[in-house]
Design a protein. Structure first.
Length: 146
């Protein structure tokens, strides 16, 4: 019985040592789990921030694409105008100096003729007014004498 009692005590101490090791392992595992849980919360918060930043970047990217498309359209329109002007400039022939002088001289002659005609018209209107007054005076005098 004494041997059995000693065996039981020995077994109890062995089991107690195993229990202490299990308890220590469980304590370390609990601490590790708590640390990892805390890290997971931090990573999830960081993940939410990154998703918000990603959404902002995607929105900015969409706006930039729209702006690029708009700028490309303006560039195409400007290029069309540029090409048209380039074609016109290539086909345009500068008149020679003599033709230019001749056209300027002709324009001056026409301007002088117009001014002369305007003066003649003004003089004719004055004469017409004077003749009408003379005519009306003569008519009145004939009517009075009759």
């Amino acid at each position: 019985m004494k041997i059995r009692c000693q065996q039981s005590i020995h077994e109890m101490r062995r089991l107690e040592a195993i229990g202490l090791r299990v308890k220590a392992t469980l304590s370390r595992a609990s601490q590790t789990l708590a640390t990892q849980k805390h890290q997971l919360k931090q990573e999830m918060a960081k993940n939410r921030k990154l998703y918000a930043q990603l959404n902002q970047i995607e929105n900015m990217n969409l706006r930039l694409k729209a702006e690029i498309k708009k700028n490309e359209q303006h560039w195409n329109e400007d290029q069309l105008v540029h090409d048209t002007l380039k074609r016109v400039l290539l086909t345009y022939k500068v008149p020679d100096t003599q033709a230019y002088i001749q056209s300027v001289t002709e324009a001056l002659k026409l301007t002088r003729q117009k001014a002369l005609l305007d003066r003649k018209k003004c003089a004719a209107q004055i004469l017409l007014k004077r003749h009408r007054t003379i005519w009306s005076t003569l008519r009145r005098s004939q009517l009075n004498s009759s």
